[in-house]
Design a protein around this ligand. Sequence first.
Ligand SMILES: Cc1cc2nc3c(=O)[nH]c(=O)nc-3n(C[C@H](O)[C@H](O)[C@H](O)COP(=O)(O)OP(=O)(O)OC[C@H]3O[C@@H](n4cnc5c(N)ncnc54)[C@H](O)[C@@H]3O)c2cc1C
Length: 437
Amino acid sequence: MALNVVIAGGGFGGLYAARSLERHLPRHSARITLVTDRNFMLYTPLLPGAAAGSLEPRHVVVPLREELDWTDIRIATVTGADPAAKTVSMRMLDGGETELSYDQLVVALGSVSRVLPIPGLAEHGLGFKTLPDAVALRNRAILQLETAEEIDDPEARREYLTFVYVGAGYAGLEGIAELQDYVADLLDRYPRCRLDGTRWILVEATDRVMPEIPPALAEFATRELRSRGIEIHTNTRLEEVGERHATLSTGERVATRTVCWTAGVKPPKVVRELGLPLTEHGRISTDATLRVEGQECVWAIGDAAAVPDPAQRGGRPCPPTAQHALRQGRLVGENVAATLSGGRLRRFRYRTLGVFVDMGQHKAVATAVGVHLRGFPAWFAARTYHLAAMPGVARRLRLMVDWTVGLLFRRASAELGALGRPDSLATALDDPPGEPR
Ligand SMILES: Cc1cc2nc3c(=O)[nH]c(=O)nc-3n(C[C@H](O)[C@H](O)[C@H](O)COP(=O)(O)OP(=O)(O)OC[C@H]3O[C@@H](n4cnc5c(N)ncnc54)[C@H](O)[C@@H]3O)c2cc1C
């Protein structure tokens, strides 16, 4: 009888785990099922490009069915698991609940924004974690310009032209740099806004930006962003957010209508419903072979897992990066196959080879295999890396076309927030139902 291997989550970890299992398991001896709540993997390193209009949103995703040959893909939401009964429960697209049995389970459920209980943040802040977040940010920026352009009072206009990002990791730094670059590109078409200019503020609670990269590169990134007029407030926290303002721990009350929260991630709630051991930060505890502590048949990878970091001699979990998740995906496929065939398990040994931080305007900072790059060479190296890392020739070509067009022409300024949410046909009726004749 075929063995059931179930993967929960189809992001970096899940997709690469499924590909590795397809390669290492004999096709007729196993059934691989990937349960995930959307039918594509989001290539997050390119999300800031999608938010800044330099990449078409469809070009930063990898449809799972195009990349997997014989994995059974089920688009459903995982709601829990019972390791004793070896089942995963899930809610399907039609709303029905069902259970799936497994012989081996790989958990790759990723992470969500770590939203802190700051007054007003959940109501007024924007996230930057998903494709809808990126598209919403781009549309918000355009709408703010359109609104500001028709307001007479310069004081009121400023609220619309001030953008605050909170958290200076990858997402925050690249996010603010690319969006500012985009808005600067559009500003010529908005004469009143151009007169006032825009204000950009990056707030970080610790004493420096980008703890993931060497201090010298982080300083370069800081200088570069400051030279473009982006204010960087380190050792500063967001205290409160309202519809028209944000208050910082320095006491400054910033008049703004856009606060983007990029201050870290945490595992999604469902991870607590899986009956697995968790660390104090809520990630699933695994050993160096990616097997969950105390479990024979359950493995965990990616942002949701606390895999001992080889770079820290196992003293701390691996950082939540795509580089780690995809390599853990590859290894877990090998280790599950080895378990089923009685082979030896391998340990996770990957140490970060390089980091790229894209800052728009054809500038980036990068450190790769000990070499530090900055400015245009880093930007070029980052593009080359992502082209090589993006699965599929057609997808690489689409990225190249987007980037080449971006080098030659300015970006589009159409606000397409209503895309995919058409008005009901009822709005076109001469006598809509329920309205008096
Ligand atoms: C803006 C941004 C920029 C980044 N840039 C970089 C970078 O340049 N380099 C880098 O290395 N890392 C970067 N990262 C981090 C990187 O995206 C993550 O570390 C990586 O995606 C983790 O992979 P994963 O498989 O654990 O999770 P994900 O890739 O998030 O995949 C998890 C999957 O599980 C699905 N899922 C979640 N809950 C359920 C459920 N209940 N049921 C079914 N499916 C579910 C999700 O929809 C998702 O498809 C960036 C992140 C962001 C937000």
